[in-house]
Design a protein around this ligand. Structure first.
Ligand code: ATP
Length: 354
């Protein structure tokens, strides 16, 4: 099984290295037969190849079985025509990775802002307000005059149906509660459409279904986070509430995600490139490591390979054991460990059996 690694920018190379350390230990321990290959990406590739995702890298993306993508510092990228291609948008769109699955839970021993939470957010990944993703040609954001900027959002039946179905499939295996998050009181037509479709899909399942306006949801996530099970929402709302959920669980460095389509899958931490702490070996690689674990789970289900499922569980357990250990955390969680030492600790626990 071929896995392509794109390190990204900022803290990307550091957290990806820690995650690869863990993945190699897992591969060895469970005999997974993984082939890892790293390709040029991000700002280093822009300097070397004139593009953040050069043609050669894109060729490798399309032939790999799965991708591990480090965060990108897109805020400093030049325009796409000058080589500044947003890797996340390119891969999510190009591989049709329509479901961004972002779990957040309280992990033993980790100083969190709330007492109990174990939820999964399904964020639609291929349309919504994201200007580079929602048009066949051109951008969903434009300036008709120098004093006016307009952004349009696309919501389609197909994209809403498929994200809702993914969310329902997981909800029936968990506590059976699906919460739809939207803003249909002001985006009546588009979010109203999204909610109706989610309910339509959910009626095929034995589920309890409720719905919340996104503004109320930010309060409810703080007030009663333990109530929620599976949340389904549109692209931008999903991005925002998943950062909130990750922070409530202890910090942005804890939020993993997998981007899944029907054919492809990609591991990607929910947080960004954090340039303020890059190159200092202090970033928390937990989100990246757990994202790799989620990727193995996705591949295990898809290829019917129980050893991948087992390996994924082992990574999750090893992360918990590492986070629980005295002095076992990175500085963002009050610990003394460097990014590399945290990764090595998790890798050892995978090897030894946490
Ligand atoms: P993006 O829009 O690309 O997601 P962002 O602007 O939301 O990026 P992040 O890069 O996700 O910002 O992070 C915000 C801040 O949170 C960072 O500046 C950093 O201080 C902290 N942070 C993020 N990820 C980590 C991590 N893995 N470990 C430690 N701190 C982190």
């Amino acid at each position: 099984m071929k896995i392509l690694v794109l390190e990204g920018d900022g803290i990307g190379p550091e957290i990806v290295a820690a995650a690869i350390d863990v993945l190699k230990a897992t591969d060895h321990r469970f005999n997974l037969g993984l082939e890892l290959e790293t390709a040029d990406s991000g700002l280093s590739s822009l300097e070397k190849n004139g593009s953040t995702i050069p043609e050669e890298t894109w060729g490798k993306v399309t032939t790999a079985d799965a991708v591990i993508l480090g965060p990108a510092d897109t805020a400093v990228y030049p325009a796409p025509i000058e080589g500044g291609i947003n890797p996340s948008a390119k891969l999510r769109g190009g591989l049709d990775l329509y479901a961004n699955i972002r779990p957040s839970k309280i992990r033993p021993g980790v100083p969190a802002h709330v007492e109990a939470m174990d939820l999964v957010i399904f964020r639609e990944n291929t349309e919504g307000f994201y200007a580079v993703r929602n048009m066949h040609d051109g951008l969903g954001e434009f300036m008709p005059t120098e004093d006016m900027a307009i952004a349009v959002r696309r919501i389609t039946r197909r994209c809403s149906e498929r994200i809702a179905r993914q969310a329902c499939e997981l909800a029936v295996q968990r506590r059976g509660l699906l919460s739809i998050v939207h803003k249909s009181n002001v985006l009546t037509m588009s979010d109203g459409f999204f909610v109706d479709i989610c309910k339509e899909v959910a009626s095929d399942y034995k589920l309890e279904v409720d719905e919340y306006f996104v503004d109320a949801m930010t309060a409810l996530l703080v007030r009663k986070p333990d109530y929620f099970d599976v949340i389904v929402t549109t692209n931008l709302f999903g991005d925002i509430i998943s950062d909130l959920a990750a922070e409530l669980s202890g910090g942005l460095g804890l939020g993993p995600s997998v981007n899944a389509g029907d054919e492809n899958a990609m591991a990607q931490a929910a947080h960004g490139a954090a340039p303020d702490i890059a190159g200092q070996n202090i970033a928390n690689p937990t989100a990246m490591i757990l994202s790799v674990g989620m990727l193995l789970d996705t591949l295990g289900i898809r290829h019917n390979r129980p050893e991948l499922l087992e390996a994924s569980k082992r990574i999750d357990k090893a992360v918990d054991a590492q986070l629980k250990e005295k002095g076992g955390r990175t500085p963002d969680l009050g610990g003394p460990l460097g990014t590399d030492a945290f990764g090595a600790g998790v890798a050892k626990k995978v090897k030894d059996g946490a």
